[in-house]
Design a protein around this ligand. Structure first.
Ligand SMILES: *Cc1c(COP(=O)(O)O)cnc(C)c1O
Length: 400
């Protein structure tokens, strides 16, 4: 079968809720992927940061296959020998008290919403049914109904009403708006440290320090969605470290499994996740032996292979070199570590055509928000590989 044949099958039988680049991949290794016709590409998206450790990382692959031969799923009706060690290792690494394992990122967000609401009723004594959560405009927290209900992206919401009430939307990066939005019934502020899907939007310096103070002053939980920014992507284990703060709840997913398998988690101080009693919440696959074994190894790889430091060093280099490209199409280069956005001027007529041209040169990346090209290669990338990509990026940005 040829590329067109695979595309035809997808179009014939699949729901068309995606518009992927027309490349049909069959194999990946490290930062590289190959299509079915043998062409090689550098992956500069990393499945939206799920493949921070690189494709098919041998150590994680080994953990997966070894665990798959032993035990994969028992449900949480029984205990198993991967869960306790996973809990201990992730809590020690992230300095958390408690962890709640789930599968997808959206499930981690939903779980956090349930936890902070329950905390509001039990601990903060908010009147029943009145709990409020503040979120930011231009957010991305996933695709479940509750979550798209507080999205400001019209297409994510259209046709899906009615939505879950109890959310207030304020501008991202605006601490005054946060303070004004808080009422005695506010239980949490849910926010991304850097808005990824929103176009790699970095808030003003000092924003999160002030946010932390405001949340403390009003007894509001700061819930950081680090599903994309976390686990090394920005050059720190968590992006919150750039601001020298600690969240009350941190959400992780994506790279928690190195891209092998959906594993997500809510990490918290004791008080918030401590509100759950047996039966309050659950998931058949959440915390399963296979997922735990994969996540344990994925975290060890991040630390032992110094991927977090590498993301900082290579990210600084990549950004510096991108800024040196004097293209009339580029408005701004921004980001932290290896989470990089290149915003194009409106006259450039959209980022998509640049992504398609880059694909033809062997660099895979994806536009976000019409005018932004996002570069987020696996954190194992080395300088000579960035140079290889830059040569192609520069030629496309200068020529097109
Ligand atoms: C990807 C993402 C999610 C949703 O994760 P899924 O696994 O796709 O449900 C939530 N928040 C952020 C910041 C993300 O980047």
């Amino acid at each position: 079968m040829k590329t067109e044949d695979y595309i035809r099958l997808e179009n014939q039988f699949g729901a068309k809720n995606y518009k992927p680049l027309d490349v049909v991949l069959e194999r990946g290794e490290g930062i590289w992927v190959w299509d079915i016709e043998g062409r090689k590409y550098m992956d500069c998206l990393s499945a939206y940061s799920a493949v921070n450790q690189g494709h098919c990382h041998p150590r994680i692959l080994k953990a997966l296959t070894e665990q798959a031969k032993k035990l994969t799923l028992v449900s949480r009706a029984f205990r198993h020998d991967q869960l306790g060690p996973f809990y201990k290792e992730i809590c020690e690494l992230t300095r958390s008290h408690y962890v709640l394992p789930m599968n997808s990122g959206a499930e981690a967000v939903e779980s956090a919403i349930k936890a902070v609401r329950k905390w509001g009723y039990i601990v903060k004594m908010v009147p029943e049914g009145k709990a409020e959560i503040i979120v930011c405009a231009n957010n991305f927290h996933g695709r479940t109904l509750t979550i798209v209900g507080f999205s400001t992206e019209p297409q994510y919401r259209e046709g899906y009403a009615p939505f879950t009430p109890g959310f207030k939307i304020i501008p991202f990066g605006d601490t005054e708006a946060l303070e004004q939005a808080i009422t005695p019934n506010t239980v949490a502020f849910l926010v991304e440290p850097i808005q990824g899907e929103g176009g790699v939007i970095v808030p003003p310096p000092g924003y999160f320090k002030t946010v932390r103070d405001i949340c403390d002053k009003h007894d509001v939980n700061l819930v950081l969605d680090e599903i994309q920014t976390g686990l090394g992507r920005t050059g720190k284990l968590f992006a919150e470290e750039h601001d020298g703060i600690q969240s009350d709840l941190t959400l992780v997913g994506k790279a928690l499994s190195g891209g092998f398998y959906p594993v997500s988690a809510v990490l918290s101080n004791k008080e918030v996740l401590g509100v759950f009693k047996p039966g309050d919440h659950g998931s058949t696959f959440g915390g399963n032996p296979l997922g735990c074994a994969v996540a344990r190894e994925a975290l060890k790889v991040l630390v032992e292979e110094n991927l977090i430091e590498n993301a900082q060093v290579q990210g600084d280099y990549f950004q510096k070199r991108l800024k040196e490209i004097k293209s009339p199409h580029v408005k701004e280069v921004r980001g932290k570590g290896l989470m990089i956005g290149v915003e194009l001027v409106p006259e450039a007529k959209g980022a998509r055509r640049f992504c398609e041209a880059l694909r033809d040169k062997g660099v895979l990346c994806k536009e976000t928000h019409e005018n932004v090209i996002r570069f987020a290669p696996p954190l194992i990338i080395q300088q000579k590989e960035i140079d290889w990509a830059l040569e192609r990026i520069e030629s496309i940005l200068m020529k097109e």
